[in-house]
Unconditional design. Structure first.
Length: 255
């Protein structure tokens, strides 16, 4: 497992992004540093160290390599890494939103997008609170992926590739925020953690074994179908690594 040689910490203060175009590259790096729980001047120092490398990267693979070095730099070889898997664009709040719209027949696109943004902000606040709780109760670094800003040029699969690689290289345990089973990304992260044999837990420190996690996703698949959402991406995410020796649930082929 790769670890950095120095852990830096300062009191938590949220950054205000520089509005210049040049700063946008640095903000990707800075937001990742903050995902690792480092804020203030120490975060800006690491941003300065890696922003130019990230700017020079010419492909997604090269950018991912630089960002993985950032995570490594933020760590401390003496302590473990914990990863917090959080639903951001979906989760329970999104399912409830879609269920309300299906029940009322509301079809206003602008209204939906406004509600969707509120859902994302709700999920982000929950993630930040969970990360703060874990950082006071576990040793080492807790990675909160919800702090990473939108990366220019990245598609959803690029985020999945990056975060599952972070789990593979750095995580020693993975925590799952309530509602994770409605998220394709979280389900991929669960499958990845199980395949790697990592401890999987709720933020209440309750073990989330493969069978329990699998059942939660199957139940979410049923809810997806009931409100007219395509459950196939969620099914594919669950079976992506076959969860070790387990087999996909019969309903995982539902459209």
């Amino acid at each position: 497992m790769m670890h950095g040689t120095q852990r830096v910490t300062t009191p938590v203060t949220d950054y205000v992004p520089d509005p210049s175009a040049e700063a946008m590259v640095g903000d990707v790096v800075l937001s990742l540093v903050q995902s690792c729980g480092i804020f203030g001047q120490d975060a800006y120092a690491i941003r300065t160290e890696f922003a130019e490398l990230y700017k020079r990267a010419s492909s997604t693979q090269e950018r991912i390599a630089v960002l993985l070095s950032v995570v490594d730099r933020c760590g401390d070889a003496r302590h473990p890494f914990a990863y917090l898997s959080v639903p951001l664009t979906t989760g329970r709040a999104y399912i409830e939103l879609r269920a309300r719209r299906a029940k009322t027949g509301t079809n206003n696109a602008d209204e939906f997008q406004a509600e969707r943004r509120r859902t994302v902000e709700h999920n982000r606040r929950r993630a930040h609170e969970a990360a703060k709780f874990l950082r006071t109760n576990v040793r080492g670094m807790v990675i909160d992926p919800s702090r990473l800003v939108d990366v220019p040029g990245w598609e959803q699969r690029d985020y999945h590739m990056f975060w599952t690689t972070v789990i593979d290289r750095f995580a020693e345990e993975v925590f799952f925020l309530d509602g994770w089973q409605y998220s394709v990304g979280c389900t991929i992260e669960f499958s990845t953690a199980v395949k790697l044999g990592l401890p999987t837990l709720t933020i209440e420190f309750i073990t989330l074994n493969p069978a329990t996690g699998q059942q939660l996703v199957h139940d979410a698949v049923q809810e997806y179908a009931q409100i007219g959402l395509d459950p196939k991406p969620l099914c594919d995410a669950l079976s992506i690594d076959k969860l070790g020796t387990t087999q996909p649930h019969p309903t995982s082929d539902a459209d």
